[in-house]
Design a protein around this ligand. Structure first.
Ligand code: G4P
Length: 526
């Protein structure tokens, strides 16, 4: 197969949701439809053995939240689909944001009882910033949820995106009968089944047909006719181009746990979702069909086994063909890297692969050479854009509790930061180390992992800090002057970039007013 044909077969998307909306369930059902797993429940009931499926870390078992982001590949109707799972928990939002840099589109799951929740709003903001095409799946229609029209209004107003329903529910809760596929003009009737893949669909070209009355009763049939007429009147016809530009989100209704409405969405997804897109680097735009290979690391995951300090780096392939054992240019590094242990995330097991193509995510076995944001290429020095660090919200000073284990602590901290678990800032004066995170939970993760994997013990003492701002200025003299006058508040991030550690919002504003030549950035991508 040619490179262009390989690329045309691929779709890489992320699945995002507020916790409990049904993301894990939907993921599992898609794998089931793709034949990647055989029985429903495999992902959940057997989380440890099928760890590669959705949640990898030890800590996940303890806390029951999806900490890690992982990748699952499956084939569906001749296409190769790469699904990237994301942690829904807000404390791991940064992990999710980085994952969104590696996908070409997104499926967003919304609970029909709860409507649009806060985490969904934040994630949507990131999608909007990146103009990522989004499909909404409104889940749990087997429950008495909110009125579908209200839900659509809420999606539009809270997520700030136009919607276009492509399926429509026939009643809900106990009397839920099914969904009518507005895109394909097909009726799919509900036979609740958590084990079987229901495929009881009839094709109704003309909604006035009596078959509809026979199947769902005259009342619901009339209601559906009315709803469809209303939707077609209110919403403009679906234009795939608007979806691809990220300005319209198609909406599907269903019930993930009952395998319902998923096939409608999946069948439409493979028709309309974008394939591997071009990517911006600092140097130029990279087009997937270029012969020269290029890709970037968006996630690093520690080995589950604490005895082995190796890691898996997740590489998104952006152009050309990736080949196992070929020496590649590690753009930030000094020597070429050759990867012999390359895993794909297809089906149930991770397996060694020989080659991969744009859109694919491969796992590279790493002994500590790679960092998040690193580019790997055939030779050209390219730096992919859009993998920023955001200013943390919570800051704590690291206090070593075991002087004999200082080296272990330093190594552990460095490696955890390279994995993107949190950010480390080192004050210029006194070399005090400060860890910054988005949520409280990370400190527990860091503590646990430092002990478990590095045998180091540290305390994290709360600090009164508001934001870490990366600072730049066109005026070198002014920048030096600023650094001298605010020396006690200047730190460096992991890449040695200068950061101003602001203690409060009001104070930051005052400093900004006093130093108009200095630019203060909330993300590291300047
Ligand atoms: P998440 O990954 O987004 O956090 O959600 P997850 O899939 O774990 O689903 C959260 C809960 O919602 C689960 O119930 C799941 O079974 C349920 N759920 C998912 N889809 C549907 C649906 O279509 N209808 C209904 N009624 N429930 C649904 P749980 O009690 O937390 O777990 P479990 O014991 O059922 O596994």
């Amino acid at each position: 197969m040619t490179l262009t044909e390989e690329i045309a077969k691929r779709k890489t998307f992320g699945i995002i949701a507020h916790p409990d909306a049904g993301k894990t369930t939907l993921t599992e059902k898609m794998l089931l439809f793709g034949g990647a797993i055989k029985t429903a429940g495999a992902v959940k009931s057997n989380k440890i053995d099928t760890a590669t499926k959705s949640d990898w870390m030890e800590i996940e078992k303890q806390r029951g939240i999806s900490v890690a982001t992982s990748v699952m590949g499956f084939e569906y109707k001749g296409q190769k689909i790469n699904l990237l799972d994301t942690p829904g928990h807000q404390d791991f939002a940064e992990d999710t944001y980085r994952t969104l840099t590696a996908v070409d589109s997104v499926i967003m799951v919304i609970d029909c009882v709860k409507g649009v929740e806060i985490q969904t709003e934040k994630l949507m903001e990131v999608c909007r910033m990146r103009k990522t095409p989004v499909i909404c799946f409104i889940n749990k229609l087997d429950r008495e949820g909110r009125d579908p029209y209200d839900l659509l209004d809420e999606v539009e107003s809270k997520l700030n995106i136009q919607v276009r329903p492509l399926s429509w529910p026939i009643s809900m809760g106990k009397s839920f009968k099914g969904v009518y596929n507005l895109y394909e003009k097909q009726l799919n009737l509900f036979t609740p089944s958590q084990r079987k893949l229901s495929d009881d669909r009839i094709i109704i070209e003309d909604l006035s047909s009596e078959i509809l009355d026979d199947r769902i009763g005259t009342n619901l049939a009339d209601q559906l006719r009315e709803d469809v007429a209303l939707i077609d009147g209110v919403y403009p016809e679906f234009d795939p181009k608007e979806y691809l530009e990220g300005s319209v989100a198609p909406v599907f209704f269903g019930s993930a746990v009952n395998n319902f409405g998923i096939k409608e969405m999946l069948d439409t997804f493979i028709k309309i979702a974008p394939g591997p897109k071009s990517r911006q680097t600092e140097q130029r735009e990279v087009v997937p069909t270029e012969d020269q290979f290029s890709g970037f690391i968006f996630k690093i995951h520690a080995n589950m086994d604490p005895k082995h300090r190796n890691r898996i780096a997740f590489l998104r392939i952006c152009s050309g063909k990736f080949t196992r054992n070929k020496p590649y240019n590690h753009v930030r590094g000094t020597k070429p890297l050759r990867f012999s242990n390359v895993t794909s995330f297809m089906a149930q097991d991770k397996e060694i692969i020989e080659e991969a193509f744009p859109g694919d995510i491969v796992g590279l076995y790493d002994t500590g050479n790679l960092k998040i944001g690193d580019s790997i290429t055939d030779g050209e020095n390219l730096t992919f854009k859009g993998i920023p660090s955001f200013s943390p919200e919570i800051f704590r000073e690291v206090v070593n509790k075991d002087a004999m284990k200082t080296k272990q602590l330093d190594k552990g901290l460095q490696q955890l930061m390279e994995e993107g678990v949190a950010q480390l800032f080192t004050f210029e004066i006194g070399s005090r180390k400060v860890v910054g995170t988005v949520g409280q939970l990370q400190f527990e993760v860091i503590k646990f992992r430092l002990k478990n994997e590095y045998n180091a013990t540290a305390d994290f003492v709360p600090m009164n800090l508001y934001k870490a701002c990366w600072i730049t200025s066109n005026d070198k003299k002014k920048l030096d002057e600023f650094i001298r006058s605010k020396q006690r508040h200047i730190a460096k991030d992991k890449d040695g970039k200068l950061v101003f550690m602001a203690e409060s919002k009001a104070w930051l504003q005052m400093v900004k007013d006093n130093f108009p030549e200095i630019e203060f950035h909330y993300t590291s991508e300047l």
